[in-house]
Design a protein. Structure first.
Length: 268
């Protein structure tokens, strides 16, 4: 029996056909691309709209404008104060938080899979030839920036605390005492799901239980790790659900602020 002394050269599979699959493999990336495009278009328009984001009567602030730190923010909407004066329309009012939220979502492991397949087509589906001749993974610009995901996670934890504060303020009625409306419940559902999505992050799972040699020596961290792992199994679903709740929360507050509808009040 003979043995080779040199390993064969590693090259990409040479497949002439685009794919040998006969199922509708294109459907999932197409749906993903469509839904993400709709959400990005909606969010972009309202982030730069500069109005209909605050309902002073019930203390509702859309998460798209939290924290509102521009000098142009309407009175009462700036929970952290106004950090600078008037800005050009191309600068969002919540410019500080949006950078980290966007960075966290873009570098999220699930969203990478989603937009790599839907837009970058690397590849569009399993066993489908991608259009790129070379593959460098996430080792070069701009994709090497994906390694910042953990640091974006730390920042988003603080932003989630701020969203929770905004929710607490939404439990105030017109006279300043306790109040409850449909908007409050919508914001509450959104904040709870945003916390679930954030904590289900793969980085959070690694932070709580990674690099431990013996779980038995760290029972508290093991308990936390098991709970985070259970959430992590639903990370994809939470990623999509929170896009929906963010849009619903923002749209409801926008309709209230513009006077299109009235809030359904349960108490005060």
């Amino acid at each position: 029996m003979t043995q080779t002394t040199h390993a064969p050269a590693k090259t990409r599979a040479q497949i002439s056909d685009k794919t040998l699959r006969r199922d509708q493999w294109w459907r999932e990336p197409a749906v993903t691309a469509t839904l993400l495009s709709i959400w990005v278009a909606y969010a972009t328009v309202h982030v730069f709209l500069g109005r209909w984001y605050w309902v002073p009567r019930f203390h509702y602030l859309t998460p798209f404008y939290s924290p509102c730190i521009s000098g142009e923010c309407v009175a009462g909407s700036s929970s952290l104060g106004q950090w600078f004066g008037n800005v050009p329309p191309v600068v969002p009012y919540a410019v500080v938080s949006l950078v980290f939220v966007l960075g966290f979502r873009l570098t999220c492991y699930y969203y990478r899979k989603a937009y790599y397949r839907a837009f970058w087509r690397a590849p569009a589906a399993c066993a489908v030839r991608e259009p790129h001749e070379r593959y460098s993974g996430e080792t070069r610009l701009p994709l090497i920036m994906q390694n910042l995901h953990r640091y974006f996670f730390y920042a988003v934890i603080l932003i989630s605390v701020l969203n929770t504060y905004d929710l607490v303020q939404a439990f105030r009625g017109p006279d300043g005492s306790f109040g409850l409306g449909l908007g409050t419940l919508i914001m509450a559902v959104n904040v709870v799901l945003l916390w679930a999505y954030t904590l289900s992050c793969h980085s959070c799972r690694h932070i709580t239980g990674g690099r431990l040699r013996h779980f038995s020596a760290h029972p508290a961290r093991y308990w936390i790790w098991t709970r985070i792992s259970a959430l992590n199994a639903r990370h994809m679903q939470l990623a999509w659900i929170t896009l929906g709740t963010l849009m619903l929360t923002d749209l409801y507050i926008m309709l209230l602020a513009s006077g299109t509808i009235s809030d359904l009040r349960f108490f005060n």
